[in-house]
Design a protein around this ligand. Structure first.
Ligand code: ADP
Length: 164
């Protein structure tokens, strides 16, 4: 049996914290599908296509990782792709409560799908996409926080916003 996991998120944009989880998860499973949420409540900075493109570029050399998008229930996407596991990253205690609720609800929706939580790398425990966007917005340096392609996309987006 192929062990397949999905790693869902908004990836607006992909950060080095996400990448760290992707790399470690890819080492644990035969296949990893990075699943980009189509609708993310919070006003997204990047379109679905842009978010996927950044991930595709970043994961190009990872042979068992592919990037896809989804809408609706994560467990349904997992089931439709024959994935047995949903990966989530945990940064701090503050992530726990939400993730705990989601995990219990997901199990209720589909008891055959297991949620697996991976601890952040200490280096990235403070890193979230919203902070990266704030720093970039104020002209601060984001090198080292996001992969180079996301840095480029952020610069381009902010340049375009300034010229509006
Ligand atoms: P963010 O919280 O950065 O906006 P997402 O909503 O796209 O990211 O989150 C997708 C998944 O990645 C979630 O499980 C989240 O906890 C995890 N994640 C995000 N940033 C990190 C990080 N720095 N370290 C570990 N996991 C992370």
């Amino acid at each position: 049996m192929i062990r397949r996991a999905i790693y869902p998120g908004s990836f607006d944009p992909v950060t080095n914290g996400h990448l760290d989880i992707i790399e470690r998860a890819a080492g644990l499973f035969d296949e990893l599908i990075v699943a980009v949420a189509k609708n993310i409540g919070k006003d997204p900075m990047f379109s679905l296509e842009e978010r996927m493109e950044m991930l595709r570029e970043t994961c190009r050399d990872k042979k068992n990782v592919r990037v896809d998008s989804f809408d609706g229930l994560t467990v349904r996407f997992a089931k439709a792709h024959d994935a047995q596991v949903i990966i989530r990253g945990l940064r701090a205690v503050s992530d726990f409560e939400y993730e705990f609720e989601m995990a219990l609800m997901n199990r209720r929706l589909d008891e055959n799908i297991e949620m697996v939580f991976m601890m952040t790398n200490a280096e990235y425990s403070y890193l979230r996409a919203s902070i990266v966007k704030e720093i970039a917005d104020f002209g601060g340096p984001v090198a080292g926080l996001v992969p180079p392609i996301a840095e480029e996309y952020l610069k381009r987006k902010l340049r375009a916003a300034r010229n509006d």
